[in-house]
Ligand binder design. Sequence first.
Ligand code: RAM
Length: 956
Amino acid sequence: MNSKFSIKLLFVTKCLLLCLVTSVCAEITPTYLRTEYKVDPFIDELSPRLSWELQSKEFSQYQSAYRILVASSMENLNKNKGDLWDTGEIKGQQMNQVHYAGKTLSSEKKVWWKVKVWDADGKEGAWSTAATWEMAKLQAAEWKAKWIGADLNHLAQVGAYHLPPSPYLRKQVSVTKKVKSARLYISSLGLHNFYINGEKVGSDYFASGWTDYDKRVYYNVYDVTDKVKKGQNAFGATLANGWYAGYLGYALLVGSPEVNRFYGDFPLLKAQVDVRYEDGSKEVFATDRSWKIDTGAVLEADMLQGETYDARKEPANWNKVGFDDKQWSEVQEVANKDGQELQLYPGQPVRVVEELAAKSIKKIAKGKYIVDFGQNFAGIARLKLKGNVGDSVVLRYGEMLHPDGTLMTENLRKARATDTYVFKGEATEERWSPSFTFHGFQFVEVSGLKQDPDLDFLTGLALSSDLAQVGSFTSDNSMLNQLYSNIVWTQRANYLDIPTDCPQRDERLGWTGDAQVYMRSAIYNADVASFHKKWIRDLNDAQWSNGAFPIYAPMPVNAAGLAAIRATDSFSPGWSEAGIICTYEIFKAYDDRDIVKESLPYMMKFMSFLKRRAQDNVLKEGAFDDVDPKGGFGDWLSIGDKTSPDLVASIYYFYCARLMADMCEAIGEKELSTSFEQEASVIRAGFKKHYLGSDNKLKTNNAAYGNGQGYVEGGNGFYGHTQTAYANAIYSGIFEGEDLRIAGNHLRQLVANNGDKLTTGFLGFKPLLPALSATGSVDKAYKLLLSTEYPSLGYEVANGATSIWERWDSYTQDEGFVHNAAMNSFSHYAFGSVNEWMFEHMVGISALERGYSTFVIKPEIPTGDLAIRQVKGAYHSIAGKIRSEWDYSGPVKLHTLEVPVNTTAYFYVKAPADQIYINGTLLSKSDLVQDIKEEEGYLKLRIGSGIYQIEIKDIS
Ligand code: RAM
């Protein structure tokens, strides 16, 4: 039967039945209305993108049309008057990336909107509840505020670190009329806390984030209507160096000429409170020369080195009305820098995302204790303790303990990671947590205590960009559950304004290689759309003039135009491609074509950079000999034979060309798309010719690398026949047909010959399990995943890990922490890239079309004696929540699926049709399945929205 016809027929019958029984036919409700991925946000795009999700109790329900109303008031919206935009009925299934195309909106304009949809039968649903957005400042001229601050560098104590105190700024104003609404527009070069009448505005940390401040600086907007009162009001702010003027990366460690103050010498504030009065008039209170400045309790504040707070020095009520600031100094006003654009922060703010209670406290010396939070995380600690005036406690942070129970800090290298609190001696417990620093830790060493503290004297505050968690994973294998938790915690710890390599040592940079291998994994865990909207801009801003994307972004540069943290830091294959891959992943997951359009010029420039380095359409040995280390980082932290970095670079070149073809096609750049397709095909041919031997094994000309000096572990030679080479080749799609089959066999053999153990590093591990799955070796993929022997992620779990380690041998039972002094993080998400496989192949969810309008659910169920029989996973995509659970522990095998409204799923199951029951009905009799096909030993069922219980009953 014609399948389209059969679907329609089934659908109509089912709908009629449902109507009779429940009369819920037209029940299709839009929910989770968002603007630019955010709920009721401030916006500075003139044509922001709207999205919604749909709820319906019916099966196979979809949206056949939608209508959006945008109104200038709630009253108008309630009367269904879209005075700013009324789309009318628009046919189609689009429910995200809908650009606002109504009346032009001016700065500060608040709008209300709602949406209704028509269902599959053309029946009209009800209106959603209302959502809003408010325009921020669209013109630079609307900023009345000036940059203010003071250079306090001369007040820094002489010592190992240069740490000036934080400036305190204040201003009292008179608000003469009744306030209707008030907004705080605030930006800082460096970090800020802002107070109105003594109360802190917002709960965000580390605003205004890290950017290339010479190009763009971000601001945030807060609704402060309830804080500003008629009469006298006091505004106060504290500032800190942050990323702008503080220590960055390993500059100190490697002896760079600049170690801090990369963008400016001292922090600056630009803030204005725009007050609208009941009578319709408006008044603006802005930072300017009339503000006063002094120092206070924050004696030192630095991201890497920590914070020192002397509570005795906090001027009482300094940020409240009536404080006498006559002794305070005048602020310095600093002019805007040319080319420095002020824009609304596109990401989600950093916030406390979880509070952790201490698990234990151990006394290790007189007055010295070790507090264990039982979880490696990034953040700070909150102190609650009584002390005498002038007493101090010193908090040091570490991820591990030495065997003797003392804090291990060698792996922090030059990061002092120490906070100090000096008591003012209050009668009750004093409470404090730092504002301008964070640490990566599980343990805190507390010294200076006069008596044993209560367990709750210290609370862990986990800081992270505040992203909605969209993924979940549990199974009947406790090691795997812990592994998933480790992945999620490591992502949280490193998705902090930018995606960092690690949160603890003197590094914490936006390493591009780490970000690109982990990108899809990140997407399955958290809604990273706006987080990456920010970082992809950072990445584009940091593109080198030759077209290469850098090895980390943001990338501070020195006067000579070289990397300021370490002059040799430039670009590397496997890292630079983040500029294409990260954009592609956001495009694919969220159907975000705007990010593609925005990044296109940068991506084009990068593709030309690669093309210029290619010879005979391939990146041959030596193509990257001009970078340090030579050839780039290669398969960083691999543990077997080293793979030729240029061979891997060639595969990446091919992969990028393919992604470019896809992206260009989607944004209507047909000619470009075709030319990238052609480029991909000539790279494929060039690659085979150069790197594939006559024995069908990948090879490299090792002689071209000389004695290997200058390369990463070059002394051992370079190879082509490695797990990393085949895994990447298979994953990228460079091999097809027979080539692919042979590559799959080689990969399987290499894994087997190594005792079912991996040898891969950052670049090799991410595609390893997917490549095994793609070539019929899912058994080997499961072996690698479930192994608890060295080297494996399970080995980390077996050794008590609560996060993902940087190296396979960050710790081993035989050798302990051998890499500590050099480079040994216990919170590095790169190897967490296995999450992609866990979601795509175990849970089985992967996007077919952009934005999950159609997707696949194809769980690969292990056979044999592998210790896993049950998996429950879900991914809340931009199209709604997708769930896939399986339970193969009993005689009846069970799948539970959830397919969101307005999407189509292809569910793959390995069982004969006559054993499959869907929601109690035999497959052949079910009207819930739209189409059935056989494909590669699976039955492929096409299903629409709904919740499905699928039982496989072997009754023979
Ligand atoms: C390390 C970083 C990062 C890695 C680079 C090559 O210093 O931690 O993870 O990408 O080196």
